[in-house]
Design a binder for this molecule. Structure first.
Ligand code: HEM
Length: 160
């Protein structure tokens, strides 16, 4: 519904208003104008998912895979039972919902929470079933400079 101005202010000449009333008038006018221009309180931005104007996705994507790029520092922010990411073969996985499902128990994954778990993962000798299960938890790829396995030139390091 369109915003409307208070009737009382509209009917009273400005010079007749007391300071308090003048202040109210000014803040109402400002509120009216800002709402008309589409301004909303910052809190309301997150709840309005339909408004695409308020949705910014500025994360860089990997050209080759199309995956979101994360630095290892960013991955390290997700190191708890409620928010657990790990890195396997340079890919980033959000395994939070998998922790309690993991046949090997949640502890072994939590020991590697927020970090590269490739060596631990490979050490167990996971089955192809386990490898396929990874897809469900993929959220991104490690930044190019920090990749160990998937850089095209990683095998040539040290030649220069
Ligand atoms: C998203 C990541 C992971 C997935 C999807 C996954 C999946 C699985 C699956 C399906 C199994 C059953 C055995 C098999 O099929 O290989 C298993 C067992 C196991 N996993 Fe994982 N796993 C993950 C991460 C890890 C990590 C990071 C570790 C760290 C050490 C780990 C350690 C184990 C262990 C110790 C077992 C038990 C092996 C046994 O009792 O024989 N897993 N995992």
């Amino acid at each position: 519904m369109a915003a409307t101005m208070e009737q009382t202010f509209a009917e009273t000449p400005l010079h007749m208003l007391q300071p308090k009333a003048l202040f109210d008038f000014a803040s109402q006018t400002l509120g009216f104008v800002t709402r008309s221009l589409g301004y909303r309180e910052p809190d309301s931005y997150s709840t309005d998912e339909d408004n695409s104007l308020c949705h910014f996705d500025i994360r860089e994507k990997d050209e080759e895979s199309g995956l979101d790029i994360y630095t290892l520092n960013e991955v390290a922010e997700h190191e708890t039972f409620d928010d657990c990411w790990i890195v396997l073969f340079d890919k980033v996985f959000d395994v939070t919902s998998f922790l309690l499902e993991h046949p090997g128990g949640e502890e072994v994954i939590l020991e590697n929470a927020g970090r590269d778990a490739t060596l631990a993962f490979r050490g167990v000798g996971h089955s192809t079933l386990a490898l396929r299960a990874l897809d469900d938890y993929l959220v991104g790829i490690v930044s190019h400079a920090e990749r160990i396995y998937t850089n095209q030139d990683s095998g040539r390091r040290g030649e220069r």
